[in-house]
Write a protein that binds this ligand. Structure first.
Ligand SMILES: [Zn+2]
Length: 240
């Protein structure tokens, strides 16, 4: 396959803009962990993708710059990674109003979040009413189909679902999977079945192990009763 799919992950906030904060962490930091995990997920599974992040460090960056980076990269896909605050439960995923491709990507990401046992709070256009802003800049100013994900709330009990690095990495994998699925890309390890040994296979392995141990024990016993170096060397040689 010669075509490269270009994906841009955008870890929200950074530098002097921490985003949401709780007493344990800053949103900017966890967004970056998730973004890096998303990039790794894809790169470990395919060479048909070119994946970049808008920032790799804790740097301050305005939204226009993020969009400019994505547009000059020629992204086929843009995903902005955020975590919520202000009280609530569940994930929110936004796409640009009227964008069919954006809606498709938003639904794929929502499926990944649901698979991580997070409740669905909102999936839809950036013109979601209420206290939310209108179309987000990162959705409006990017050329590629774009989404903005808020996995959960940092200031409610929601936070227990992403307060460990392992959980953040799984969220990142969700972003990565959504991106690959957007292009109908077959994820190589997706359907690899885990074949567990049967009970009889496990019993057989156990029996073999016990026999090996008892055989070694016999040699050691002999060894302890032997007196000459030669006997010991001979005995040792019988141990496989
Ligand atoms: Zn944010």
């Amino acid at each position: 396959m010669s075509e490269l799919f270009k994906v841009m992950f955008d870890p929200g906030h950074g530098g002097s803009e921490p985003g949401a904060v709780n007493k344990y962490t800053r949103e900017a930091d966890i967004n970056l962990i998730v973004a890096k995990a998303a990039k790794n997920y894809i790169e470990q599974r395919s060479t048909d993708f070119k994946v970049e992040l808008t920032r790799y460090q804790d740097t301050t960056m305005d939204r226009q710059t993020r969009c400019a980076i994505s547009n000059s990269f020629g992204s086929d896909l843009f995903m902005s990674i955020h975590h919520n605050a202000g009280g609530g439960d569940g994930f929110e995923v936004y796409h640009y109003t009227g964008s069919e491709q954006g809606a498709k990507l938003a639904n794929l990401l929502a499926e990944e979040f649901t698979a991580l046992d997070q409740n669905k709070r909102f999936v839809g256009s950036g013109l979601y009413a209420g206290t939310k802003p209108g179309n987000y800049d990162v959705l409006a100013l990017t050329d590629a189909p774009a989404v903005l994900g808020e996995f959960g709330f940092m200031d409610t009990k929601d936070y227990t679902q992403f307060d460990e690095e392992e959980e953040l990495i799984k969220i990142g994998h969700g972003y990565g999977r959504a991106a690959m699925r957007f292009f109908n890309y077959k994820i190589s390890d997706e359907q690899k079945p885990t074949i567990l040994p049967t009970i009889s296979e496990r019993l057989l392995a156990l029996e073999t192990a016990i026999l090996e141990v008892s055989e070694s024990q016999k040699v050691i016993n002999d060894l302890l009763n032997n007196k000459t170096i030669n006997d010991i060397v001979t005995a040792l040689r019988t141990i496989k």
